[in-house]
Design a protein around this ligand. Structure first.
Ligand SMILES: NC(=O)C1=CN([C@@H]2O[C@H](COP(=O)(O)OP(=O)(O)OC[C@H]3O[C@@H](n4cnc5c(N)ncnc54)[C@H](O)[C@@H]3O)[C@@H](O)[C@H]2O)C=CC1
Ligand SMILES: O=C(O)[C@@H]1CCC=N1
Length: 271
């Protein structure tokens, strides 16, 4: 069974690590703060090798995920210096927002390959979305290993790099917007006498159920909305009030702001 390495096991890295471990791969993990690895090892139990030494991780891993913030890549590759050499090519996987394949390739010798991803945190429970693109001549065998290791992460699909800023807003950042929606709905439930727990259950189940309706029926969301709105009914009253409050416009602005930030970060990293 191949071994997967990961340097930087924070919010996103640990979510991906859980999916990879679920698929039965052994992992060698390295993180600056040791407590984070201890937490993860406790949660998943078996098969987590916590590595203090980076050479074991680099030499023994078939592919290596980098889970640090985009501005921490420089430090990581300075630390790795002698371990990352032309004669020992590796396949690296980035999850960093705003770092292009060309920018990633600048961190490693020419023989090394990169898989650039944009994941989201629901990969932790197998309901994530991961877009990826690769550097030229990345071995098919490594791409297959990458995809297989994420078989329990959710949807994993190849997307042209030119669309990565859009993916960042629409998939990478958007779970936070849905959490905001659930929180806002739950607050109203509490205001009208439901317990916090009941409110959160109802709001999150409605979001989950509505998402599954869109996915499983393949129907247009507008058509599904029309099916819930009786003339002079409660739902149309809510729908119209949301339109007056600029609901769709607010969502549009939120996703666009995330995409624009991703564009801005890509331009900054280029300099
Ligand atoms: N959080 C999210 O929803 C998403 C995050 N991402 C990307 O994932 C990456 C990580 O983001 P988060 O997990 O949110 O950040 P985080 O801060 O939770 O995780 C970063 C981890 O890297 C470790 N680290 C930092 N410097 C290190 C070093 N020199 N050596 C070893 N470990 C080091 C930190 O201790 C931390 O555990 C970023 O590049 C971000 O753009 C991508 C999509 C979604
Ligand atoms: O906000 C962030 O930095 C990360 C990148 C994409 C989603 N979350």
């Amino acid at each position: 069974m191949p071994t997967i390495g990961m340097i930087g096991v924070g919010n996103m890295g640990s979510a991906i690590a859980k999916a990879i471990l679920k698929a039965g791969y052994s992992m060698i993990l390295h993180n600056r703060t040791q407590e984070k690895l201890a937490d993860l090892a406790e949660q998943v139990g078996a098969d987590v090798v916590k590595s203090e030494s980076l050479d074991e991780l680099i030499n023994e891993s078939d592919i290596i995920f980098i889970g640090v913030k985009p501005n921490q890549f420089g430090t990581i590759f300075e630390q790795l210096d002698d371990l990352v050499i032309e004669s020992k090519p590796k396949t690296w996987v980035s999850m960093a927002a705003g770092l292009s394949i060309a920018q990633l390739e600048a961190f490693t010798p020419a023989s090394h390959k990169w898989i650039r991803t944009m994941p989201n945190t629901p990969v932790e429970i197998g309901e994530g979305y991961i877009a990826y693109c690769t550097s030229k001549n990345t071995d098919d065998e490594k791409i297959t290993l990458f995809e297989k290791s994420l078989q329990y992460a959710g949807i994993v699909e190849a997307i042209p790099e030119s669309l990565f800023n859009a993916v960042t807003g629409l998939a990478g950042s958007s779970p936070a917007f849905i959490y905001q929606l659930i929180e806002a709905m739950s607050d109203v439930g509490v205001e009208y006498g439901l317990s916090r727990e009941q409110s959160r259950k109802m709001a999150s189940q409605a979001v989950k159920g509505a998402s599954s309706m869109v996915i499983e029926t393949g129907m247009h969301p507008g058509e599904l909305k029309d099916k819930v709105t009786s003339p002079n009914g409660t739902t149309i009253a809510g729908v119209v009030a949301l339109e007056h409050a600029g609901f769709k416009s607010a969502i549009n602005k939120g996703v666009t702001a995330a995409i624009n930030k991703s564009i801005q970060m890509s331009n900054k990293e280029k300099k």
